[in-house]
Design a protein around this ligand. Structure first.
Ligand code: NDP
Length: 309
């Protein structure tokens, strides 16, 4: 019998205790899902970072470590983890992120804040431009970035997407590599960062790059906090170069009480809620990967350790 160890923070077990065995059964996998097992008996590890498992060396039989999270920056560099590592690409996660990004893009595009907080009861008839006149740039064209970029293009925004390798996606202007970044950011009125955190992407949005979008542009970051140089962003906000930042992720989470982002009038803090792995759909992804592995088929969503994502 195949043994699958569920190694995640305690609270997650309730989410998966029923849906994961059901998904495994549906995929035709005969397996035992457990929270405790002798390491040498474990065939797969369903994993989310937790204090109990940091050393993967005793899991000599494990054929894969299957991450419940999309971002793997905290485990990709773990030298004891030599088994194949997959990350989460989940339909529920994509739909949630699309809703978050579309909602915040439309908030800035339509200038909703002007009407939501209007203590002086001013009758200001400022009509927003059409979406077709509002250039949006999405940094990262992976599972999440591409889905969001397409949804924004469907709403009528002229969308530029940027990635490491060249992409060709109908309805988007796709740029890539370091040379494409300057072009992607130049003149953008809304910038969405949906990149993984790697050695290459850390502090990507520094002072030089924050100066490229149109003056007063909005920045929306549901990617990872360290993609942004915080001091540079605060300076760009104070100067008016960046008109508003909607930030969902931070270098330290929860965001410390005394962090300047909390009090800044042009920053919206959301507490890492842009999207989350949805157990119903994620369980199917995990089950499919176990089925593939058992059938000798290649795993889906394998992490490339050298790239870091
Ligand atoms: P993917 O791995 O599918 O996509 C990553 C994208 O970033 C790819 O397009 C990739 O390029 C691009 N990229 C990576 N490194 C570089 C680089 N150096 N230069 C240019 N482009 C680069 O990730 P997902 O779309 O699934 O997720 C993105 C991130 O979103 C996650 O890593 C996580 O940090 C964050 N996230 C946040 C959540 C939240 O609630 N706030 C929830 C879930 C995820 P290429 O296509 O060429 O490989």
């Amino acid at each position: 019998m195949t043994t699958i160890l569920f190694s995640a923070p305690e609270a997650r077990w309730a989410d998966y205790a029923e849906v994961l065995p059901a998904a495994l059964k549906e995929a035709g996998v005969k397996a035992r899902l457990t929270r405790e097992a002798a390491p040498e008996e474990v065939d797969y590890i369903v994993f989310a970072p937790n204090d109990a498992l940091r050393d993967f060396r005793p899991y000599t039989r494990a054929r894969a470590v299957l991450s419940l999270w999309a971002g793997v920056e905290t485990i990709v560099g773990n030298e004891t983890l030599t088994q194949p590592l997959t990350r989460m690409v989940d339909d529920g996660l994509e739909r949630g992120m699309t809703e978050y990004v579309a909602g915040h893009v439309l908030r800035h595009h339509l200038g909703m804040d002007r009407h939501i907080a209007n203590p002086g009861r001013e009758w200001r008839q400022v009509a927003p431009p059409l979406a077709s006149d509002r250039p949006v740039t999405v940094l990262g064209l992976g599972a999440l970035g591409e889905t969001c970029a397409i949804a924004l293009a469907d709403l009528g925004f002229p969308v530029t997407g940027w990635s490491r390798s060249r992409h060709d996606i109908l309805g988007l202007r796709c740029l890539s590599g370091p040379e494409g970044l300057r072009e992607a950011l130049s003149g953008a009125e809304i910038v969405v960062t949906l990149l993984p955190l790697t050695a290459e992407t850390e502090n990507l949005m520094n002072a030089e790059r924050l100066a490229l979008p149109a003056r007063g542009a909005a920045l929306i970051n549901p990617g990872r906090g360290a993609l942004i140089d915080d001091d540079a962003l605060l300076a760009a906000l104070d100067d008016g170069q960046i008109g508003h930042a909607t930030l969902d992720v931070f270098r330290t989470e929860p965001l410390p009480d005394d962090h300047p982002y909390w009090a800044h009038p042009r920053v919206t803090v959301t507490p890492h809620v842009a999207s989350e792995t949805r157990p119903e759909t994620a369980a199917k992804v995990i089950a499919e990967n176990v089925r593939r592995s058992e059938a000798g088929e290649p795993l889906l969503h394998l992490v490339d350790r050298r790239r870091g994502y």
